[in-house]
Design a protein around this ligand. Structure first.
Ligand SMILES: Nc1ncnc2c1ncn2[C@@H]1O[C@H](COP(=O)(O)OP(=O)(O)OP(=O)(O)O)[C@@H](O)[C@H]1O
Ligand SMILES: [Zn+2]
Length: 527
């Protein structure tokens, strides 16, 4: 550690809010130098809505932060293609079987279709996806139906001590484990009125770990088991896949805040049974709050919902939605509005434009992040050494230190944002264009470093990428460009009548010209 630099500030430890203790805790990995994370994946019976995608932007921000802090990340995200009922508890039908019946399609085709739709959103939002020991290429998405034999083994192992059989399935007796429901913080028999009773259940909170196919019926997805033909329960999937892929216990388990009430307490109960201990299975349980609309939580069951593709069709770049998520803390509710999304898009444009100007003036052709800083999770000494090596006098420690503080404080991208935007725009980029003492290349390296967490592609995006033509526009890109060129000429010649006429022509075609906009014009966005 950089000899003699005793006054160097230490990189802050990563502190995360643990839903189990409802407190901020310092992250201490189970395996030194590693971070193993499990995120509950989508149930692929319908398109994901942008609220669902907030859960994965959050999981991705966590993963990126762990990588930034120097941990070798293994991140598992599953695909739930079986077992999730229309109620989070045990009433209702299998969501996938129901969708298949309604559409008269094969359940496997339905699962495939919606899995691909989810992957498209993941890609558009620059979510990194699964990771194995720091390598995305070594990882794969974990599909629940690939793990059914392991689920049966898990159930067999806990059946005698913790389960009982009814006509409808094998049920977990929640009274057999200590402190059931401690994550949700409700007493076992209270607050359960929304759980429809299943005949014969010993306690309202007991849940199916194996659901038998009713006599005389056939399910499209069913497997043989010691309890007859049937399908696994949803909660079982996550316990099995997390143990199989991450070991027991692992570091962090994530999901939306609704999972804190039923799904995760049930996973914990299974994990306790399996390990014959009080260990919940993960050291830290983290939950993102909801994306809401004025009318309430965005949800599929409520009928109408917003898909990422709709935002794109209206002319919003998907990363504007990512930025909108980053501007709020993951534990706060975020209210969606078109105005808010529009403001995020304008902010993204300004950032991209400022970076672009700096790129044009810089000398390097590639802007790698400050690798040395990234490689020294404990201290920033190495990083200061690297600056000394390059004779750079500018105090990066302050900027990166501030950024590191924010992100290490329970992923506070919300506070990182105003800070980094202020720095990036006024100090780092705009001043950089005029200040002869500040090296442009280092501004770009700094942005590259921070963007490892933001994932906004700030160095790759071009102003052209941010112009998305709304589906409703009745004019082509080149026609717009031609009119805009003529309008610019008219304005230069102070011929404002022609300029206004051309602007009206564009408006009639669905394109709004915004003279104050950094891009010179913008598409009209429908409210
Ligand atoms: N409005 C929301 N905002 C943020 N996260 C959400 C929201 N709705 C669901 N989630 C989270 O999205 C992830 C994927 O959920 P899943 O695919 O199971 O959807 P779902 O629960 O069927 O959706 P819905 O609640 O809309 O019916 C979960 O972690 C869930 O907690
Ligand atoms: Zn899960």
């Amino acid at each position: 550690m950089g000899g003699g630099m005793t006054d160097t500030p230490a990189s802050p430890p990563l502190r995360l809010f643990n839903s189990l203790t409802r407190r901020l805790e310092t992250f201490e990995p189970v395996h030194p130098g590693e971070a193993r994370v499990y995120s509950c994946g989508p149930t692929v019976y319908n398109y994901p809505h942008i609220g669902n995608m907030r859960a994965y932007v959050f999981a991705d921000t966590l993963g990126r932060t762990l990588s930034f802090k120097g941990y070798k990340l293994t991140h598992v995200i599953n695909i739930t293609d079986v077992g999730h009922l229309t109620d989070d508890a045990d009433a209702g039908e299998d969501k996938l079987e129901k969708a298949a019946a309604e559409k008269a399609q094969s359940i496997w085709d339905i699962a495939r279709h919606y899995t691909e739709a989810y992957w498209a959103d993941v890609k558009a939002l620059n979510i990194r996806g699964p990771m194995k020991a720091g390598k995305p290429e070594a990882a794969h998405w974990s599909i629940a139906t690939d793990y059914v034999p392991q689920m049966i083994e898990f159930a067999k192992a806990i059946a005698d001590k913790h389960c009982y059989e009814l006509d409808s399935g094998l049920y977990f007796d929640t009274s057999t484990v200590a402190d059931y429901g401690r994550l949700a913080r409700h007493a076992t028999d209270e607050g359960e009125s929304r759980i429809d009773p299943v005949d014969g259940k010993r306690h309202p909170a007991d849940f199916a770990i194996w659901r038998k196919t009713p006599p005389g019926e056939t399910r499209q997805m069913e497997w043989d088991s010691p309890w007859g033909k049937g399908a696994p329960g949803w909660h079982l999937e996550c316990s099995v896949m997390s143990e199989a892929l991450l070991g027991f216990p692992f570091d962090i388990h994530t999901g939306g805040i609704d999972h804190r009430e039923i799904h995760h307490p049930n996973e914990i109960a299974q994990n306790q049974a399996r390990s014959c201990s009080t260990d919940s299975g993960a050291r830290i349980w983290m939950h993102n709050n909801f994306l809401v609309e004025r009318s309430g939580k965005m949800s599929k069951s409520a009928g109408e919902f917003l898909r990422l593709q709709l935002l794109i069709d209206k002319g919003y770049h998907p990363l504007a939605y990512r930025l909108m998520c980053l501007q709020a803390h993951y534990r706060s509710e975020l209210e969606f509005s078109w105005e808010g999304l529009g403001a995020a898009l304008t902010r993204l444009k300004r950032l991209v434009m400022a970076v672009q100007r700096t790129k044009e003036a810089a000398t390097l052709s590639e802007w790698k992040p400050f690798k040395k800083y990234l490689r020294s999770p404990g201290m920033v000494d190495d990083y200061i050494d690297s600056i000394n090596e390059t004779d750079e006098w500018f105090d990066f420690t302050g900027i990166l230190g501030e950024f590191d503080d924010a992100i290490s404080n329970d992923l506070n991208t919300a506070s990182a944002f105003p800070t980094s935007e202020k720095l990036a725009l006024t100090k780092l980029v705009e001043e950089a264009v005029t200040d002869p003492f500040i090296q442009l290349d280092n501004r770009l390296r700094l942005i590259a470093t921070m963007d490892q967490i933001f994932g906004l592609r700030l160095l790759e995006l071009d102003r052209i990428d941010l112009r998305i033509r709304p589906k409703t526009a009745t004019i082509t890109e080149s026609e717009i460009e031609a009119i805009l060129t003529r309008r610019k000429e008219a304005r230069a010649a102070k011929d404002f009548a022609t300029s206004d006429k051309l602007r009206d022509e564009l408006i009639a075609a669905g394109v709004e010209v915004m003279d104050g906009d950094p891009l010179g014009w913008d598409w009209r966005l429908e409210a």
